[in-house]
Design a protein around this ligand. Structure first.
Ligand code: PHE
Length: 453
């Protein structure tokens, strides 16, 4: 009963755009997108990523919103409702599991951002400080990152346990404009640094020479991750939608906003990377090393730096909430747990499961995953985003396209449709284009990752 009230009160108060963009915009845009772009060669990756957003991300987003609103259920319940007594609920279960894995390391990176709120104050005051050293120093210490990881997890659990998810509406209305303004300021500073041109060229002039199966796999993993797709977060959020909310246009706004913020993050980072002599393929530390160096070059840099990492932490929090909400909603709906005990228990387990990724830079720094050659954090990230999310998206598309029926979905999705309405174009995408692209890219990309040398 408590849960029903919760669902309904949220549905009447919050617009889908706000909730879903709170989930979508997070570390994926500002932390993961730039370093993935940097690891996969720059502009060519950007182009492939944008194509993936349009051909896969957007139709899959619509798909998940429809499933959620139609069934009013968590991901497991949604599949059970539309295909009772079949094993399709396992797709929902895969989603719950994936959310669990993502949050376990997401909170580690979000913890870095929290830690930077004070580190940046110290480091940005002195331009000559070695920012790479600050970052490496932080992640290679044993206890510091664990404590910040724990703090972030406690914040996430408190919000979910209290059921005050409604509050994120307020956060998000302040957060989105603030992030946009700050990014514009950062972009202006970055592109006017001497030597910025090289970075702009790297980011905007595609060279498809080095593109391979791994580039494509990286691009779809980023598309799923950044839009919170493939694991049921958008199904769960869609379940809080009202009948009178329209779906295709609202989904387009979320996709547009999320993509815009990622593109802007790249514009702020790559010119600075080249101008300040960093390497674009530096991996997960890229943003944490580059941006403090940019702040150090700015008047009032300390203030901007502080503001930036506060905003990044809040953006991470509104995404983490959606990750934990999936797991929690499943325990409440399907297993009869209370909200408080579900959130707290899962929070503790997820924290423990995430510990190897924190320790991957200190105690476990010699451990790599066999065949992948990646550290702990990259390994978690790779399995979650290159395997589980696209697989979840693929199976969900097949389910709607062939089992429940694309026409049923179109009917649900077109209730109160506005400017954009679903039609053959969407049916074609969800039945053929999405499954075929994901399947081919996954098979080739995974093969290449393990055997491509
Ligand atoms: N989309 C979030 C981000 O970009 C991460 C996320 C993935 C959230 C999957 C929910 C589900 O930071």
């Amino acid at each position: 009963m408590q849960d029903l009230n919760f669902r309904e009160s949220w549905a009447t108060r919050i617009g889908f755009i706000l909730a879903a963009s709170g989930s979508a915009v997070g570390l994926g845009n500002i932390w993961r997108f730039p370093y993935m772009t940097g690891e996969h060669g720059g502009a060519a990756f950007l182009v492939i990523y944008l194509v993936a957003i349009i051909l896969i991300g957007y139709p899959v987003m619509i798909n998940e919103v429809i499933l959620g609103r139609k069934t009013n259920k968590n991901p497991v319940g949604a599949f059970k409702a539309l295909a009772p007594n079949t094993p399709w609920w396992l797709v929902g279960a895969l989603g719950v599991f994936t959310g669990f894995v993502i949050l376990s390391y997401y909170s580690v990176v979000a913890g870095w951002s929290l830690a930077y709120i004070y580190k940046v104050v110290l480091s940005a005051t002195a331009a000559e400080i070695d920012h790479a050293e600050v970052f490496v120093g932080h992640i290679t210490s044993v206890w510091e990152p664990i404590i910040w990881q724990a703090i972030f997890m406690i914040l996430t659990v408190s919000i979910i346990a209290a059921g005050v998810v409604k509050g994120i509406q307020k956060w998000v209305t302040i957060l989105m404009p603030a992030i946009l303004v700050l990014l514009v300021i950062l972009i202006i500073r970055a592109v006017t640094l001497p030597g910025a041109g090289e970075g702009l060229a790297y980011y905007l002039q595609p060279n498809f020479g080095d593109v391979g199966p791994r580039t494509f796999l990286g691009a779809i993993s980023q598309a799923f991750f950044t839009l919170s797709l493939g694991m049921g977060a958008i199904i769960t959020y869609g379940s809080y939608l009202r009948e009178k909310d329209e779906i295709p246009g609202n989904s387009a706004s979320v996709v547009g906003l999320d993509t815009g913020i990622a593109i802007m993050a790249g514009l702020a980072i790559f010119p600075a990377v080249f101008a300040l002599g960093f390497s674009p393929d530096g991996g997960p530390g890229l943003v944490f090393i580059t941006l403090p160096a940019v702040f150090a070059e700015m008047p009032l840099g300390v203030l901007f730096g502080l503001l930036f990492f506060i905003l990044l932490s809040i953006a991470a929090l509104t995404s983490a909430i959606s990750l934990l909400e999936v797991v929690t909603a499943w325990l409440i709906d399907e297993k009869g747990w209370t909200r408080g005990s579900a959130a707290v228990t899962m929070g503790i387990i997820i924290f423990v499961v995430g510990l190897p990724t924190t320790l991957g830079y200190s105690v476990l720094s010699d451990v790599t995953f066999p065949g992948l050659g990646m550290d702990m954090l990259d390994t978690y990230d790779w399995f979650a985003n290159s395997i589980f999310l696209p697989l979840g998206g693929l199976l969900t598309a097949i389910f709607v396209g062939y089992i429940w029926g694309a026409r049923n979905a179109v009917q649900e999705g077109n209730k109160n449709a506005g400017l954009i309405s679903l039609g053959n174009w969407w049916v074609l995408l969800i039945r053929y284009v999405v499954p075929a692209l994901i399947l081919v890219i996954m098979i080739m990309g995974i093969y290449d990752t393990f055997f491509g040398g």
